[in-house]
Design a protein around this ligand. Sequence first.
Ligand SMILES: Cc1cc2nc3c(=O)[nH]c(=O)nc-3n(C[C@H](O)[C@H](O)[C@H](O)COP(=O)(O)O)c2cc1C
Length: 177
Amino acid sequence: MPPWLSQLIYLQQSESESYLSKLIQLATVSHDNKPRVRTVVFRGWSDSFDMKIYTDKRSAKIIELKDNNNVEACWFLPNSSCQFRFRGTTTIDCDKETWELLDEKSKSMWSWPSPGNKFEPNNNLNFLPNKDTNPIDNYVLLKINIDYVDQLILDKPVHFRRRWIKKREWIEERINP
Ligand SMILES: Cc1cc2nc3c(=O)[nH]c(=O)nc-3n(C[C@H](O)[C@H](O)[C@H](O)COP(=O)(O)O)c2cc1C
């Protein structure tokens, strides 16, 4: 296990069990070369320590990632006053095993009309499960292969900051906060 992950798992013990402590901000680069950011739920680690996120393959982020799969994910752990920033590259996987972990209500969101398209006010029926859409067709597992981790802990009198870089064998480097 990479050292930054043992550190994250250790600090997570002080965080709440609520899904709120699993929210991360995921940034991509859009086709106009400008940043895009959104909140997503952290869904765990793969066997090779990729970060897992569930998303809709019709969403803007997936279209962006097909052209540029560089991302940064920011995760704040409030009880430890700690921020982790993860840089990496993504792969998109149509994984059926993780789909089965979702409850029916969550699954139904993947049958909603395309995210980001114009909302049709008279067509609320489109948001109800219907036999024309198979929600799993829109589901993807996004995996972030992490290559750079920056950790900042707010502390007194001086904050603490370090980084781990995959190319440098994940050797910990202290840097100025
Ligand atoms: C609390 C919260 C959790 C969210 N979790 C996810 C998630 O796990 N996956 C996801 O694709 N979108 C999630 N969203 C919606 C995204 O923030 C975003 O609106 C959506 O994915 C469309 O983004 P895009 O147009 O940049 O692709 C969540 C939003 C909120 C407010």
